[in-house]
Design a binder for this molecule. Structure first.
Ligand code: N0T
Length: 522
């Protein structure tokens, strides 16, 4: 009996994030899990009827996870009266479809605004005050400076998490929660509500100053520079420590948004402690705070968001701009795990997803408005997701050891070098082959690949639209030849060769050419 109990307890009791080497794994039902996701458009999961035509599209694209909003206005229509029937129905149906769920808590904030707050909150501004701009005009944004606002959101979220625990902990269908959505301050960089004005004149909270001092050498450089400009002061109000101006307004707001959101997350975790994150609308570099949704979980404010609490596990980017590498580099500083909850569902999305899982060893990827696909069965995302699903055990057993990389290629970036172990790999876009059909095309499709070192001389490469050649790093006088190339599949974690590749398919041993499919080199 004792033995049985020990086995029972050795399993993970709930989804959890776990450090492996210098990266992070998401563990679900006891095993590492990569989110092959898609986020539903904002109004799709408001009833099971509107969801009905969508489920088959999701499974046709080989998703293993759906990101779907849970709307405060729908679960607490009347104060303190909770209705979780839609939550339960979504969970039950997801289980049937063999899908996991990431819930997005559309609570106080959704794209800066507070449109998903219930009526009883919206109609009682006296009790639940809004943000004011510098002219004293109020906006449809709940102010983070109000304790009533915090308590109302926090209570609803805590109830939701307690319900999920009771309904789902055994199955672990719900694997993570995004707290709020694209928090940001608009149209001014800071709130001018009297509560905000009072806080702005106060001393900067000790908690923040302690964090900054303790992590002084690790702060993100653009933030550290602001603090440095004012002599790394450790006491005073916001303007005394960070100087006067929009940057300080944004830092101030970021602290209060982050503190509020961390308290909501903490209350939720007290009910059910599964991984929680926040997402950011990326700012355009030429815009000033107040012109873009400011003070959200953006990379230049990462230190502020982390100083405000540790109930939020990571910050995540939403991609509606093409600077994929730039922003991912910024979001992965300080070992922040990478998860991409939203990417515009364009033709490049599947390939960027594969690249993120390779190069950044991301936890997962998810195009936005996933149900908008025209023909789910033909969608390239499905093929890429199938590849990653097969490779997941190999990826996860090699995670965090510097053994995995990814390449992302197009007409502007036609080739990329990867060094792993004793070898150098030169990845090229397959349109660089002058006999390739597309070589003369004006626009080249984005292509990408993942490479995993499984042994000293053994590598897995998977991807699409890529040509690879090799060199030895040990001895540059040596030629590196292909010993064996197999095309095949992983089935239940075991490799099964379908075709042996040689001759024209490897350019007589000179290179590997990859369309969607995966290859083992030995
Ligand atoms: C996203 C989505 C949804 C050219 C926009 C992106 C989702 C939210 N917001 O469809 O509303 O709920 O998180 C805002 C960034 C747009 C920038 C467009 C630049």
């Amino acid at each position: 009996l004792l033995l049985v109990m020990q086995i029972g307890f050795s399993q993970n009791q709930m989804p959890v994030l776990q450090k492996k080497g210098n990266k992070t794994q998401l563990i679900v039902n006891g095993d590492p899990f990569i989110i092959l996701g898609g986020e539903l458009g904002n109004s799709s999961a408001t009833s099971m009827e509107s969801m009905e035509p969508i489920w088959s599209k999701l499974t046709d694209m080989n998703l293993n996870t759906v990101l779907t909003p849970i709307y405060w206005e729908l679960i607490e229509k009347e104060e303190n009266k909770f209705d979780f029937s839609l939550v339960d129905d979504l969970i039950l149906r997801a289980r049937k479809e063999n899908l996991k769920l990431v819930f997005l808590w559309f609570g106080s904030w959704k794209n800066s605004m507070s449109s998903h707050a219930p009526e009883w909150v919206k109609l009682n501004q006296k009790k639940y005050p809004r943000v004011k701009d510098d002219k004293g005009k109020s906006h449809e944004i709940l102010t983070p400076f109000s304790e009533n606002n915090l308590q109302a959101d926090l209570k609803a979220f805590q109830k939701l998490m307690a319900h999920i625990k009771a309904f789902d902990q055994k199955e672990q269908t719900v694997i993570m929660v995004q707290v709020e959505n694209e928090i940001g301050m608009l149209p001014t960089a800071r709130d001018y509500h009297p509560l905000a004005n009072a806080a702005f004149k106060k001393e900067v909270p000790e908690e923040l100053l302690k964090y900054l001092q303790k992590n002084k050498t690790k702060l993100v450089p653009e933030f550290s520079a602001i603090w440095k400009k004012n002599g790394f002061k450790t006491s005073g109000n916001w303007e005394q420590i960070f100087g006067k101006g929009l940057q300080t307004d944004e830092i101030f707001m970021a602290w209060y948004f982050a503190e509020f959101t961390n308290k909501v997350a903490k209350a939720g975790k007290e009910s059910y402690s599964i991984p929680m994150f926040v997402n950011a609308a990326l700012n355009a570099p030429e815009k000033k705070p107040g012109d873009y949704p400011s003070a959200g979980p953006l990379p230049h404010l990462m230190d502020i968001w982390k100083a405000a609490g540790n109930s939020i596990d990571f910050l995540a980017p939403d991609f509606y701009n093409p600077s994929f590498k730039h922003w991912n580099d910024l979001f992965t500083r300080q070992e922040n795990p990478l998860f991409i909850p939203e990417h515009r569902f364009d033709a490049s999305a599947p390939f960027k997803g594969l690249y993120a899982i390779g190069h950044y060893e991301a936890i997962g990827f998810s195009p936005f408005s996933i149900e908008s696909v025209a023909d789910a069965k033909k969608e390239p995302l499905g093929k890429i997701y199938d590849l990653v699903r097969q490779l997941t055990p190999v990826i996860e057993s090699n995670k965090g050891q510097g053994k995995i990389d990814g390449v992302l290629l197009d007409k502007e970036n036609q080739s990329q070098i990867v060094r792993l172990g004793n070898y150098e790999f030169n990845f090229k876009h397959d349109y660089t082959l002058n006999w390739s059909d597309g070589a003369k095309e004006e626009i080249w499709p984005t292509s990408s690949a993942i490479i995993i070192q499984a042994g000293t001389d053994e590598f897995y490469i998977a991807g699409s639209g890529i040509v690879v050649t090799f060199k030895s790093l040990k001895n540059t006088n040596l030629n590196v030849g292909i010993l064996k190339t197999d095309q095949g599949k992983f089935e239940n974690g075991l490799w099964r060769t379908i075709r042996h590749f040689n001759g024209d398919q490897t350019h007589q041993g000179r290179h590997l050419r990859i369309s969607v499919g995966d290859y083992e080199i030995q």
